[in-house]
Design a protein around this ligand. Structure first.
Ligand code: OXD
Ligand code: MN
Length: 595
């Protein structure tokens, strides 16, 4: 397909403008055909952007290595560029649009000389759905092109829906020098535009994902009365034949992808089932029937490899058997991949994520173990490969949502599960959700970090306006979903986890399903509603009464300390924090003090 064949004049003009700025020697429109994809893979193999894996063992799978200084999202280089700083709020980096465009233009200038610029028309959400949004990404990275073909619905069909004058997000991406000093991830909500330069890492470069589907979309969602959230969407099939759909927001390293693809324990397999709609992003809409409905705007998964294995997530292991791009994992000379905690034999002739020879147990000069795969190494795989994929992933309006889960990683304090008293209390619970920093993070071990709705790095506008929007949004719903908080990570006195997690989390979901269908009563506690012991199915689990009590304990002293930490966090959000959030905080304090 040629540029002259585009029917959308503004799209054509913008592509020409950007190609001229970057001095691209060629413009290639990605049409989504299998024939073109194959040609692009050949190009990527030739220029070593991709390495072919053993095609017998991993059909249609490839390997990509990013540069060592470009392996994660760079939040300090990510900006919300609104006319006023106040519109970006107290938690975002802000830059004026004029300065932002100028700085990025200087980096983009001439950066594609002698190389091609690819044009990727993509739809976030099912193509043609009234809920979907269209974006067009321009990039000089074939890794980005081939990943976007997995992560989104991309190609000519999207241009057909766009027509001659349809609205789209301008997503400008370039690798430039991949130098952190010349890297900027810029969002211009007022212009419906994203400019990302200097990084090839997924979260910075696959612009449909965090940049469009969360930051830009959250801004649009506020104006159009919906929510763009960092949430999994899953269905729970029960013995009565009903499927209850829920969403869930968790900060990173809390097992969100594992939960979305959970496999029920053996004794529940006949009667209970799990259906995966999405593992990372949910767009939530009020429907005319008064319920909340959700779509997954994505079409693939960008999952963390280390820790993924046949025990922690068998469905993910099946999903990545074919059609997958692996990034920054270990590669061996047979074209096989490996990562830490993978339950496969580690290679004896491996090359690590930096391209250096590596073997299991290798140590550096100080005697520290050297990992083969980068801790943030990834797989990019199509959702169609997931054995638990819901049939409704392509439904234009998605699925009706009965519950929203919020969770974190807390070794103390938070019980296994509790339910909010009402929507407003639920929004407070979500605002104050938190995780303890784990050994996987470099700094601040044990420190509690607050991450409202797991959206702190992804809210594309002022967080206080975002919280107000949440409060108002639920109050307008005739049938708002119930809100729950879960914590799979509470530890006992001996430092062991009290709850087995993984597939056994189904037991908590069973209680949630019964609650939303009004089948069980609950115990009222100062922090919310908790299960009566008889309503949790613990058959076959080796949990004593003492552990169970610890798992559900609400400890006054721990909560008094927590309330102080929350108070400090809420103070940081400033004077425009919605009154209802602070009111809920004081009500909780009152209930805890009375304990
Ligand atoms: C994330 C991700 O960083 O999903 O949250 O990659
Ligand atoms: Mn995420």
């Amino acid at each position: 397909m040629k540029l002259e064949e585009l029917n959308h004049r503004e799209l054509e003009r913008w592509i020409r403008e950007m190609a001229a700025l970057c001095a691209a020697s060629e413009i290639i429109i990605v049409d989504g055909s299998e024939e073109q994809r194959k040609k692009l893979i050949e190009r990527a193999l030739q220029n070593e952007e991709l390495i072919k894996l053993d095609q017998d063992k991993y059909p249609n799978c490839y390997y990509h290595r990013s540069s060592p200084t470009d392996v994660a999202r760079t939040e300090h280089l990510t900006f919300i560029c609104t006319p006023n700083e106040d519109q970006a709020g107290p938690t975002n980096n802000w830059m004026s649009p004029k300065i932002a465009y100028e700085k990025a233009r200087a980096i983009f200038e001439d950066s594609m000389r002698g190389r091609a610029m690819y044009v990727i028309p993509f739809s976030m959400g099912p193509i043609g759905s009234p809920r979907s949004k269209i974006g067009v990404e321009l990039t000089d990275s074939l890794y980005v092109v081939l990943s976007m073909l997995i992560m989104t619905r991309a190609g000519k069909e999207v241009l057909d829906v766009l027509g001659i004058d349809g609205e789209f997000t301008r997503c400008m991406h370039g690798l430039a020098e991949r130098d952190p000093k010349k890297r900027l991830i810029l969002h211009f909500p007022q212009d419906n535009t994203i400019w990302s330069v200097g990084s090839g890492y997924g979260g910075n470069a696959l612009l449909g994902k965090k940049c469009l589907a969360l930051r830009i979309a959250s801004h649009q969602a506020r104006q159009e009365n919906w929510l763009a959230e960092h949430m999994l969407i899953m269905g729970i099939g029960d013995p009565d034949g009903n499927t209850t759909f829920i969403t869930g927001a968790f900060p990173s390293a809390c097992g969100k992808t594992n939960l979305a693809m959970l496999i029920p324990p053996e004794q529940f397999k006949k009667k209970w089932s799990i259906w995966t709609m999405g593992d990372d992003i949910g767009w939530l809409f009020p429907e005319t029937n008064g319920w909340l409905w959700a779509i997954n705007p994505e079409n693939g998964m960008f999952g963390v490899a280390p820790g993924t294995n046949h025990q922690s997530n068998p469905n993910a292991m099946k999903t990545i058997e074919s059609d997958t791009i692996f990034t920054n994992v270990v590669l061996n000379s047979d074209g096989h991949v490996w990562w830490e905690e993978l339950d496969d034999e580690p290679p004896t002739d491996g090359v690590n994520w930096q391209g250096l020879p590596w073997y299991l147990g290798m140590k550096d000069a100080k005697g520290n173990i050297i990992n083969g795969a980068h801790p943030n190494s990834r797989f990019t795989a199509p959702i169609k490969n997931c054995p638990s994929k819901s049939q409704r992933t392509d439904w234009p309006n998605g699925v009706q949502i009965s519950a929203i889960l919020f969770g974190g990683r807390r070794n103390t304090l938070a019980p296994l599960v509790y339910e909010a008293r009402d929507w407003e209390h639920g929004v407070y619970i979500a605002t104050t959700m938190s995780s303890e920093v784990t050994a996987a993070q470099e700094r601040g071990q044990g420190e509690v970090r607050y991450d409202p709705m797991a959206m702190l790095p992804f809210i594309g506008y002022n967080i206080n306006d975002y919280l107000s929007h949440w409060l108002r949004f639920g109050k307008r719903l005739k049938h708002p979903p119930r809100i729950f908080h879960v914590n799979w990570f509470r530890k006992g006195e001996n430092g062991q986890y009290l709850w087995p997690g993984y597939g056994d989390n189904l037991r908590v979901l069973q209680w949630i399903v019964k609650r939303v269908h009004g089948q069980v009563a609950a115990i009222e506690t100062p922090i919310g509603f908790m299960p009566r012991p008889e309503d949790l199915d613990l058959a076959g689990l080796n949990i004593g009464e003492k552990e169970l009590n610890l798992l559900f304990r609400v400890d006054k002293d721990e909560w008094m300390i927590e309330l102080e930490l929350r108070e400090k966090f809420l103070e940081k959000l400033g004077m425009t924090l919605p009154v209802s959030i602070y009111k809920q905080h004081l009500l909780l304090k009152e209930r805890i003090e009375k304990m």
